[in-house]
Design a protein around this ligand. Structure first.
Ligand SMILES: Nc1ncnc2c1ncn2[C@@H]1O[C@H](COP(=O)(O)OP(=O)(O)O)[C@@H](O)[C@H]1O
Ligand SMILES: [Mg+2]
Length: 569
């Protein structure tokens, strides 16, 4: 190991010597305000984004980046503390764009925003080609179209939010809902050849947990992790995001299909906001400056398909939505740039279903086109069942919905728990693409992708023929449930939903018209209603829970004796 380290060191020094320029330019510090350092005497030698070094007290070198110009002076921000920098401190100009030298051997390693190793596993081999940190994406007309499906190993993603090679998706959620955990599951289970993970501005505790527990040796073997924690300077946090893309670009150029994961883009935007505000740029929206919104597409566009000679970079970027406001400026901007969004729902997480992806509010823009007709049919059917259930969730929870009133809702009631089980997945569990579809076909009873005619067979077949159809409610809603009821989904609690026991399904009837009971005060339990008697049938109890007069309950189909009355607590 020691011999290997020395060889790498020797090779790196030789390469470094070759890269040295033949002359040096110096400037002088003329002003320091907060983190902003003004440097004079550098006209014509610098441009925005260049790096230079200030020689502070005791010859300590502080690397800085040019963030702007004002009154013939360059405005610099330091990557480290400003201690020891004073008026007249010398500034060594290296008039070149910052670059890193990635190499194949970086797989399995953890690096910082400068491409230096931070995992204590010895020096990194420096690659032969310089990759600029601020690289441009391939020209639009040279880029390939998105490729085949990419297996992410997570059921909800593979089936409902299928990603193609070269696609870029955002994962949107408030804090502590499960963004990082979902990202780590995909980094570990993906079938992509290389994963490049950028941990931007997150807690330092999380970095270690992510690498050791979530990614594990299995995930780490095909990954490069770039870390800049929240306590580091905004320049470092922003640069870590650029370096993440640069490393992904290197592996893409080796014809790999790269999965680039970034947690989080919001921290990148916040770092850019700090930099811009320090440089005197006026804020436009929630304190974010115009530069934030011009830098975001520049960063995110670097992911995507490559040219014919290159591989692809599929991107998954987490977005922290402050106060669960999905319309805040950064979330809005990122959603517009990417090819799909995954919404994690706090209410789903609170009821313990992980990953808490709300499939009705999430979308993959490339999905219908990349699926076969059978796959699309299964996914659409499952989505529709979820949507119908979510729309009725409140009534079901209150016990105001009676089985048999609407075959569509009864069908949704039957399938919902199975679909919820399908969506729930342990962190260490992996399901490949083919298995995901097979599981979904099994749940929906779609043999090889063929949809059954209508309601589940056992429910329709065993309906008692003599049961009269229920009378329409006073103001029947003619439309079945709308396609999605995002906000109501939040209130759904699976343990309160009726259990689809075979006995319960026997009560199914075929009503003349679909009837959905209207929500409203008439469905609340009336405070002065008589208390339910011990031997009272479920039918009457159900009617009471729904607040109906007992005299009218005779019109309802007979529910199963096993089905307990659903009441509001
Ligand atoms: N798949 C999962 N299984 C079990 N618990 C999870 C899962 N995903 C998230 N959690 C829980 O949610 C918490 C927050 O998750 P985390 O990924 O750190 O959220 P975020 O990145 O959105 O802030 C975790 O500490 C864990 O308790
Ligand atoms: Mg997180």
């Amino acid at each position: 190991m020691k011999g290997f380290g020395l060889t790498v060191f020797g090779t790196n020094i030789a390469k470094e010597v070759d890269r040295l320029s033949d002359h040096k330019v110096f400037g002088k510090v003329t002003d320091v305000v907060g983190l902003l350092i003004e440097v004079g005497g550098v006209q014509g030698s610098l441009s925005v984004g260049d790096h230079c070094e200030i020689i502070a007290r005791n010859d300590r070198r502080v690397t800085c980046e040019v963030v702007g110009f004002s009154n013939n002076r360059a405005l610099l921000m330091p990557f480290g503390p400003v201690d020891g920098i004073g008026m007249g401190s010398r500034v060594e100009i290296s008039a070149s764009k910052p670059v890193i030298y990635p190499d194949e051997s970086w797989l399995g390693r953890v690096i910082n925003a400068f491409g230096e190793p931070v995992d204590g596993k010895g020096p990194l081999i420096s690659g032969a080609v310089a990759y600029p940190i601020h690289n441009a994406p391939p020209p639009a007309h040279d880029r390939q179209r998105v490729g085949d499906k990419i297996d992410l190993g997570v059921r909800a993603m593979n089936v409902f939010l299928t990603c193609c090679k070269g696609q870029r998706m955002g994962i949107f959620a408030g804090s502590g809902i499960g963004k990082s955990t979902l990202l780590s599951m995909m980094a570990r289970h993906t079938a992509a050849q290389v994963s490049v993970v950028g941990m931007i501005g997150e807690r330092s505790r999380e970095a270690r947990e992510f690498i050791e527990d979530h990614l594990g040796p299995e995930g780490m073997a095909h990954s490069v992790v770039i870390v800049a924690t929240s306590d580091e300077s905004p320049l470092i946090r922003r640069q870590a995001a650029y370096v993440t893309m640069t490393v992904a670009e290197y592996f893409r150029d080796q014809k790999n299909d790269v999965l680039c994961l970034m947690d989080s883009v919001t921290r990148f935007a916040m770092a850019q906001r700090e930099i811009s505000l320090s440089a005197g740029e006026p804020p436009v929206s929630k304190g974010y400056t115009p530069t934030v919104f011009s830098e975001l597409p520049k960063l995110l566009e670097r992911a995507g398909p490559g040219t014919a000679e290159q591989g692809t970079i599929s991107g998954l970027f987490t977005v922290l939505v402050e106060g669960d406001d999905h319309n805040e400026p950064v979330a809005d901007a990122v959603r517009g740039i990417l090819d799909g969004h995954v919404v994690l729902d706090r209410a789903i997480a609170e009821r313990g279903r992980f990953p808490p992806i709300n499939i009705l509010r999430s979308i993959s823009r490339t999905m219908p086109a990349c699926n076969s007709a059978e796959e699309n049919a299964a996914v659409n059917r499952a989505r529709k069942l979820m949507a119908v259930y979510e729309d009725m969730a409140e009534l079901i929870r209150l016990g105001a919905y009676q089985r048999g009133s609407d075959p569509q809702v009864d069908e949704a009631l039957h399938y919902y728990p199975m679909l919820e089980d399908f969506l729930a997945q342990e962190i260490g569990e992996k399901t490949d693409l083919a298995t995901c579809y097979r599981m979904l076909y099994e749940i929906l009873g779609m043999d090889g992708g063929e949809a059954p005619e209508a309601a589940p067979p056992e429910a329709a077949a065993e309906a008692p023929p003599e049961t009269p159809p229920p009378e329409p409610a006073p103001e029947p809603s003619p439309e079945p449930a709308p396609a999605a009821a995002p906000d109501r989904a939040a209130d759904t609690a699976p343990d309160m939903s009726p259990q689809p026991e075979p006995g319960a399904d026997e009560a199914m009837t075929e009503p003349a018209d679909p009837v959905i009971m209207p929500a409203g005060p008439s469905f609340q339990t009336l405070p002065d209603s008589p208390p339910p008697e011990e031997d009272k049938g479920d039918e009457a109890a159900d009617a009471e829970a729904g607040g109906e007069p007992p005299g009218e309950s005779g019109k309802s189909p007979e529910p199963s004796p096993e089905e307990p009355p659903q009441k509001q607590d």
